[in-house]
Design a protein around this ligand. Structure first.
Ligand SMILES: [Zn+2]
Length: 325
């Protein structure tokens, strides 16, 4: 069943709704789980009129009157943006992993401290001052499409949640974000993969002031665990549903292994900042989000190499430098 707002029944009583976003491939997939007058929602798109109205309309179309539970995979604006519209006092209950909770306030409400922290992070990693200023302030634009709300339930991972008429297990898969979660239907082998396992894109895995200290290793470990479940159907947050998790996971792991070798080779030629390494691999980028993502992704790989003892990392208050071990 497909309708004009892109509402599709992707499994029994599971509806995929595709919402507009200004990045990635232009769409984020959220999922509605009707249960009588109630519907539960996995992720909620950005806080824009068009996106919020599409969700209201989808809730009506599946025959529900209200949203009961909102589960959010992680607090990036395309997944969490409208949370404060749908959840809170007298509204739906928000379920969020506890490692996402402390990211919300500095990122979307009181930004000054994080902007300053990010500026320092960019400077010590080798960005020119002018660019560091622009990039550290780019966070401000995102806070306008996010209406935050505190969770009713903080998840640890491994909980079983009643979502619609299904029971779904919470899979904590850090890397793309510290408290990123997937949901897994063990009986039907359906994986709601969020941004962790995507059919076409490789999600940004970055080392930055709000990340965990070794996000790439954590990400790869999560991928291996998910592949081991051999899900029959994977419902990602970006792109179309797909089936062969082990093959896709193999490709993603191979991609990161290749990158690790490239970064190791670059720093074996002499000491570099993270920014110099990113420029050497990817060249100059104009879009500020792409610049930041390239630096963060580069640093996540360098950090993984340092953890493995394959590169050396030197830190002072004013610089972070990398070199071959
Ligand atoms: Zn994301």
């Amino acid at each position: 069943m497909a309708t004009k707002i892109g509402l599709t029944e992707v499994a029994t009583d599971v509806f995929e709704l595709r919402l507009p976003i200004p990045f990635e491939d232009g769409l984020v997939n959220v999922f509605l789980f009707p249960d009588g007058d109630d519907a539960d929602l996995l992720d909620c798109g950005m806080n824009t009129e068009e996106s919020v109205e599409a969700i209201h309309s989808a809730v009506r179309q599946v025959g529900a009157k209200r949203i009961r539970r909102l589960v959010v995979t992680h607090i990036h604006p395309d997944h969490y943006g409208a949370a404060g519209v749908f959840a809170g006092e007298g509204l739906a209950d928000l379920y969020l992993h506890r490692l996402e909770v402390p990211l919300v306030y500095p990122r979307y409400i009181e930004l000054e401290h994080l902007v300053a922290q990010v500026r320092t992070y960019l400077l010590v990693n080798g960005l020119p001052a002018e660019e560091a200023e622009v990039l550290s302030n780019s966070q401000r634009a995102l806070s306008q499409i996010v209406k935050p709300v505190a969770p009713a339930v903080q998840l640890d991972g491994a909980e079983t949640l009643e979502v619609g008429r299904r029971r779904l297990r919470v899979e904590w898969t850090p890397g793309h974000s510290p408290g990123h979660i997937c949901l897994y239907d063990e009986g039907e082998k359906i994986l709601f993969a969020g941004d962790t396992l995507l059919p076409e894109l490789s999600p940004n895995i970055g080392l930055h002031p709000q990340s965990t200290p070794d996000p790439l290793h954590e990400y790869l470990e999560g991928l291996r665990r998910l592949a081991g479940y051999e899900p029959r159907l994977i419902l990602p947050a970006h792109g179309r549903p797909f089936a062969d998790a082990p093959t896709r996971v193999k490709a993603l792991i191979a991609h990161h292994k290749r990158r690790l070798e490239q970064f190791a080779a670059i720093v074996s030629n002499g000491e570099r900042s993270g920014w110099e390494v990113a420029l050497e691999l990817w060249g100059v980028r104009d879009n500020p989000y792409e610049k930041r993502a390239a630096l963060q992704e580069g640093l996540a790989h360098l950090q993984a190499l340092a953890v493995e003892g394959r590169v050396k990392k030197f830190v002072t208050p004013t610089s972070v430098r990398w070199t071959g071990a």
